[in-house]
Design a protein around this ligand. Structure first.
Ligand code: SF4
Length: 324
């Protein structure tokens, strides 16, 4: 239909248009290797931000160190590229002071499950309202192929020339054994619609949502996940009214698709340790777990005068008293 205002003044925005598009969430050009699974995760979070119309100035992506941790640079939001293993405590610090922000964490298997493992356990227990994405490629890519805690036994790498000696850490089983957990899911980077839906549900969960994403590293482990990619029978798709919803056309691609009630923690633990098939979906969800920021005094509830008083109290701790 002819729209005289738009035709004559094309710069006038259409009030029906969404305020933000995916382009608004683009940062600098991604420098990951070609076909790296991190690209799919970046696209999913940019799509989420656009679809949820998150204000870029109210959104922050926090990361540690590793290939995955470059993600905040590629977002058109605020970001904090932190120290190795320290993404979670920094995200918690942001959330306690600014509960109004949308906080995301991008961490790798080395960053979260090795040097950051202590923070991982306690962040789960604190259950602060944020979305944590574990990019699990089972290798240290940034430092050129060293084994990580999730590398399979026998993997030959620059730090394990005779093959990795130990069985890998299972991030899902480990998380499901921690205290106060409220949301645990598993996704894979090569099923973009399912990946998006899981991240979408994670974002809408109030509490810490932990999403482990099996992420391809074609540079150093090009065939690591072929068994799952080439044979959909090795995937167990978990759906439920309170869990993952997928379109019938997507569900039909999987021979093994089951209803899993995400409130069933024992069943979630069994699924997490299933050796035969990789579970994809929401394993556990408990919206009743308290968020730490809700049981602590929040700055949001303070008046401007209270904030000044609190600030002065902090400064007074460093007062130098003259000696007589
Ligand atoms: Fe991705 Fe691996 Fe390249 Fe890192 S080294 S950017 S994880 S493909």
């Amino acid at each position: 239909m002819f729209d005289p205002i738009k035709t004559l003044s094309p710069s006038v925005p259409d009030i029906d248009d969404d305020a933000y598009s995916m382009d608004d969430f683009e940062g600098v050009n991604a420098r990951w290797c070609h076909a790296c699974g991190n690209n799919a995760i970046l696209t999913a979070v940019q799509k989420l931000c656009a679809e949820e119309q998150l204000a870029p100035e109210k959104t922050v992506f926090v990361s540690g160190i590793g290939c995955s941790s470059r993600l905040p640079h590629y977002m058109g939001t605020y970001g904090f590229h932190a120290l190795h293993g320290r993404a979670l405590p920094i995200a918690e610090g942001i959330k306690i002071r600014r509960p109004d922000l949308h906080v995301f964490v991008n961490t790798g298997d080395g960053d979260c499950c090795s040097i950051g493992a202590g923070h991982w356990i306690h962040a789960m227990r604190y259950n602060m309202n944020m979305t944590v994405l574990l990019h699990d490629n089972q290798i240290y890519g940034l430092t050129k192929k060293q084994i990580s805690p999730t590398s399979p036994r026998g993997l030959v790498s620059s730090t394990s020339p005779r093959g990795a000696y130990l069985e890998p850490l299972n991030p899902l089983a480990a998380t499901l054994g921690m205290s106060n957990i409220s949301f645990v899911a598993n996704a894979v980077d090569w099923l973009p619609s399912v990946l998006y839906e899981i991240i979408h549900q994670a974002f809408h969960h109030r509490g810490l949502s932990f999403v482990r994403i099996v992420q391809r590293c074609p540079r150093y482990l090009p065939h690591q996940f072929d068994e799952y990619m080439k044979d959909p029978e090795r995937i167990l798709l978990l759906t439920h009214a309170q869990g993952l919803h997928v379109q019938d056309a997507v569900a039909r691609r999987f021979k093994h698709c089951m209803e899993h009630d995400p409130s069933d923690l024992d069943r979630a633990r069994e699924l997490a340790t299933n050796q035969e098939r990789l579970p994809v979906g929401i394993l556990y969800r408990n919206p009743g777990v308290l968020c730490y920021e809700d049981v602590r005094t929040s700055v949001e509830h303070l008046t401007a005068a209270d904030k000044v008083k609190a600030l002065e109290r902090e400064f007074d701790k460093f007062t130098v008293q003259p000696t007589s």
